[in-house]
Design a protein around this ligand. Sequence first.
Ligand SMILES: Nc1ncnc2c1ncn2[C@@H]1O[C@H](COP(=O)(O)OP(=O)(O)O)[C@@H](O)[C@H]1O
Ligand SMILES: [Mg+2]
Length: 385
Amino acid sequence: MADSDANTIVSLNNIGKHFGKVKALDNVSIDIKEGEIFALLGPSGCGKSTLLRIISGFENPTEGELLLDGKDMTRTAPNKRPVNMVFQSYAVFPHMSVADNVGYGLKMDKLLVDEITTRVDTALAQVHLDQFKHRMPDQLSGGQKQRVALARALVKQPRVLLLDEPLSALDAKLRDAMRLELVKLQETVGVTFIIVTHDQSEALAMADRVAVLEAGKLRQVDTPTALYNHPVDAFVADFIGKVHTFDVQHIERQDNHVRVTSDELGELTLPLNKLPERISTGAQVNASSVLAFRPEALKVNLANEPTASTASTETNQANEIQLPGFLGDIAFQGQHSIVEITRGDKPSVSAIVDHSSLSALQTQPIGTPIVARCALSDLMLLPAQ
Ligand SMILES: Nc1ncnc2c1ncn2[C@@H]1O[C@H](COP(=O)(O)OP(=O)(O)O)[C@@H](O)[C@H]1O
Ligand SMILES: [Mg+2]
């Protein structure tokens, strides 16, 4: 359809939810597109499950509306919505075979036996459990039970599959394997997935787009790379990976650049596009902003290396900031190592260093003077909140 909204399958419009005095969700608006894996990400208690339950119909919003396929379903009963929830593995009925578990919902809907059999077989093949249809749940591994739960939801042919922390019951190794499998499954069946998780690496690895929630408020909706490289604020930057932040005392917008003053990093001139809309500038101290960089943006040199500056204070040069410090621990990570840079009273920073750059550092004792440098282009200027 040429309709510009044809692509949107779930619209959450200004959703609010109160539990007594607790405001679990506050004015949340998100459009989810057909066929995408969409993750709801945030710390425990931020309202992810409540939002998922509002989409499923197990919870009603206090404010706002929910559209599914463009139709208002804010008050529609759960079983009348084209969505299905995957419960965790322990929700598998222990006294029924795999096939009976998967077919249970269809039996309740009074479908013909032949159709139930066909659809159960299809769903079991989709989750690679065709060989296990006659097994009982206690003869299955944790990962296989999880697949039964998936098949039981898929067999109902929903437009949208809702998964609340689907991998949290699995051990770490199985969890990684199931991440990939869920992504492949979604590609095969084409159903829109909405996945709740508090694990940022899970959201980044699996989702096409991620909504970051904090204390009931939507912070940002974006692709994993955009969230990582262009977080809207320090909360998102910190939640989506490691980041080092430095308080900013003053920001001033000039003709085609921004002057930023930070006690620690000095006075910097940044391009105008580093200035997020939400930061107000002016002569007043703006203590609510931070400068930030990620550990992989840091380059580390020995302080006496000819290529590195021997500056003893943190100064800004034309294109980079420099942080003098001392070599701390080096943590081997396989592809790269994490180098700690201690800085006396100031918080240490860490740099991700690949092995070609590591050799000069590795032979040095802890406490050797070093200089960490970050290109201005890798600096982020972010609202603190
Ligand atoms: N049925 C309920 N009654 C009262 N408070 C609730 C209920 N469900 C959730 N909450 C509260 O709403 C907030 C969001 O909860 P939830 O959506 O479960 O968070 P998340 O899934 O992100 O961990 C929390 O403060 C939680 O205690
Ligand atoms: Mg939850």
